[in-house]
Design a binder for this molecule. Structure first.
Ligand SMILES: [Zn+2]
Length: 227
């Protein structure tokens, strides 16, 4: 993972002008957003989210309007470092409100299907996980979970179908590192029903995780329908 230090950003800006993470306007080399977007960010109102089967979590933005477009566009464009860094900063501030920043031992990401990763060139959740781990000063571990190549788009599925689908595709990876007694923070790009992170949390506990927290770049306001 390249370290986006001030020096790196200063040099990078010479070759590719730095752009606002939210509107794409050209901004000064050290910023993440333009002043207008910085003042009016569509943050998720609830600073914590509740997903049953996890021990707490948070998300930066509300998954609606502009952010929805942004996440989808970003997934395809690859110009997402500023957005990921912006999200990670907000996520870490919010984790600190409930002490989950300190409780986390290891940061991991929801795995992406190989087919999607080849198409997009990278895993958005993993990119975000790198920034989050960097800010928290924690280790990342991507040996823990894997998914099969079922590429069903989840947003067409009902809540119940999503739970079944998630159980089918995510599993503990063979040959994973030992995480006995560790607290794991799992990172996804978008958390809507919570089915994915809930299933991943279950799999992480099966291989020894003590507590599992979740976070995402964006989330729907979760009123847990699965309790
Ligand atoms: Zn802007």
């Amino acid at each position: 993972m390249l370290k986006r230090t001030a020096g790196y950003k200063f040099i990078a800006d010479i070759f590719l002008p730095n752009r606002c993470a939210l509107c794409g306007r050209v901004i000064s080399w050290e910023g993440l957003t333009c002043p207008a977007c910085g003042e009016k960010m569509p943050l998720l109102k609830n600073k914590t989210i509740e997903v049953s089967g996890t021990d707490g979590g948070t998300a930066a933005f509300s998954y609606e309007g502009k952010i929805t477009d942004l996440i989808y566009r970003m997934k395809d464009s690859g110009e997402s470092d500023n957005f990921a860094e912006l999200c990670a900063g907000i996520i870490c501030e919010r984790l600190a409100l409930t002490g989950l920043d300190l409780r986390t031992d290891i940061v991991t990401a929801v795995p992406m299907s190989v087919r999607k990763r080849v198409r997009r060139g990278y895993n958005q959740a993993k990119l975000l996980a790198e920034f989050v781990a960097d800010i928290l000063g924690k280790k990342t571990d991507y040996t823990l979970l894997e998914r099969n190549d079922d590429s069903t788009e989840q947003h067409h599925l009902s809540q119940k179908e999503r739970e079944i689908h998630a159980r089918k595709v995510y599993k503990a990876a063979s040959g994973h590192n030992d995480i006995s007694g560790k607290n794991i923070l799992i990172v996804d790009d978008v958390i809507t029903t919570g089915a994915t992170v809930r299933t991943c949390a279950e799999k992480l506990r099966e291989i020894g995780a003590a507590e599992v927290y979740c976070c995402g770049a964006a989330a729907s306001v979760l009123k847990d329908r699965n309790k």
